[in-house]
Design a protein around this ligand. Structure first.
Ligand SMILES: [Mg+2]
Length: 397
């Protein structure tokens, strides 16, 4: 059994701003892109602002309605990167398996550190206190036996808190939670799941996995596995340089464009080219980035993690979501850029090939794959036990 932590800095951008200007601690404050225009979205808020019901990402306009005296501060990304590095340096004192998930979140595998430092809870506590004392920042920590549950744990109590989700109690703690709380369940997936009467993580764990896969594809199998506590993804070594590969495409317009529909149409063209390139190189991406350069040369850049994909539709959907969340048609766009990152080679996960087999058309290819399928099938049957997977539904075209 592994011991995995997910450490999440609380209101990271806002907390760093408060370190630099302690007076901000005593007023409701939020970080946003352009405080002067009052457009755009809230990137982070402090605890006092949270009390007014302000959330991220919320428009500045609506946040100001809830709290007219909200103090707005513009972001200092250099500073955030600096603190992010410092926090990871602290994590690295406890294990070399530290994998940053974003600027303010990291996974830690402390399995090998237990003999040295004590129980998983104790290590989580030590790390949390050390971050607070040396940097003045608070974190919330999820402690569990895999990444997916550790991540759910760090979300349950914050700020400055630890949540343990162990083998004995995970069903009791997590199964009542709404399906949206799971990593990789976006709005669209959630609404599909809800239509299937899968409303909680518990419903997901107990659902008919074949029906789920039919409905939402491979992601369904993966989510089902996760909900049942089966997530073997390892925490990478901090020194493992992730493939920095990314693909991006951009268009500079001859005359600036302010019409959202036209911009979305152009996004379709860019994504088509990106997806084609992903497939050609046998890559899947797990993040999507949108960069908008405006007529006044200001730039906004947004990124979102996704479940690994090379699908045109999935990438475009996320790109459009990012666009809607961040563009308020207040400024004409001069250049539009879309990118995908965290590229991984496709053949990572043998069990997923099972579902790719269904689409194989060539006959001789089929023979070869059948042997493979038998092997995969055996693994699946062993894994699921009561879900007998037979040859018929694998090779079905
Ligand atoms: Mg955070």
């Amino acid at each position: 059994m592994r011991s995995i932590l997910h450490c999440d800095l609380n209101g990271f951008f806002a907390s760093v701003e408060c370190l630099k200007r302690p007076e901000l601690k005593n007023v409701p404050m939020a970080v946003c892109w352009d405080p002067k225009t009052r457009h755009g979205v809230i990137l982070a808020k402090n605890e006092l602002a949270k009390k007014y019901g302000i959330y991220t990402p919320e428009t500045v306009y609506s946040a100001k309605k809830k709290c007219p005296h909200l103090v707005l501060v513009s972001p200092h990304h250099e500073e955030y990167r600096k603190y992010s590095k410092l926090v990871n340096q602290i994590y690295l004192k406890y294990t070399d398996r530290v994998e940053p998930f974003s600027i303010d979140e990291s996974f830690l595998d402390i399995t090998e550190s237990l003999d040295l430092f004590g129980s998983a809870y104790h290590i989580a506590y030590q790390i949390k206190e050390e971050v607070k004392q040396t940097l003045g920042l608070t974190i919330s920590v999820g402690v569990s036996f895999n990444k997916i549950f550790a991540k759910l744990g760090s979300d349950m109590k914050k700020p400055d808190a630890i949540t343990v989700i162990d083998e004995k109690h995970y069903q009791e703690i997590l199964y009542p939670l709404p399906i949206e709380t799971m990593l990789f369940v976006g709005k669209a997936t959630a609404s599909t799941l809800r239509k299937m009467r899968i409303e909680t993580i518990g419903d997901l764990a107990r659902c008919d996995v074949h029906r789920l896969v039919k409905k939402i594809g491979k992601l369904g199998l993966e989510l089902y596995e996760y909900a049942n506590g089966r997530d073997d993804r390892e925490v990478k070594l901090f020194t493992d340089k992730r493939e920095a590969k990314s693909i991006s495409r951009g268009i500079t317009f001859q005359s600036d464009i302010q019409d959202s529909n036209i911009l979305i149409e152009k996004m379709g063209v860019l994504v088509e080219d990106i997806a084609k390139n992903l497939r050609k190189q046998d890559y899947k991406a797990s993040s999507v980035a949108l960069i908008l350069k405006f007529s006044d040369f200001s730039v906004i850049s947004r990124q979102r993690k996704i479940f690994k994909t090379d699908s045109y539709h999935e990438i475009l959907k996320v790109a459009i979501d990012l666009f809607h969340e961040n563009y308020y048609a207040e400024k004409p766009v001069r250049k539009l850029t879309l990118g995908v990152g965290n590229l991984e080679n496709k053949k990572d996960n043998i069990q997923l090939d099972l579902f790719e087999l269904q689409s194989l058309k060539q006959k001789d290819e089929k023979q070869k794959k059948m042997a493979q399928a038998m092997h995969v099938m055996d693994q699946m049957n062993e894994k699921y036990g009561n879900y007998k997977i037979t040859f018929g539904n694998i090779i079905k075209k």
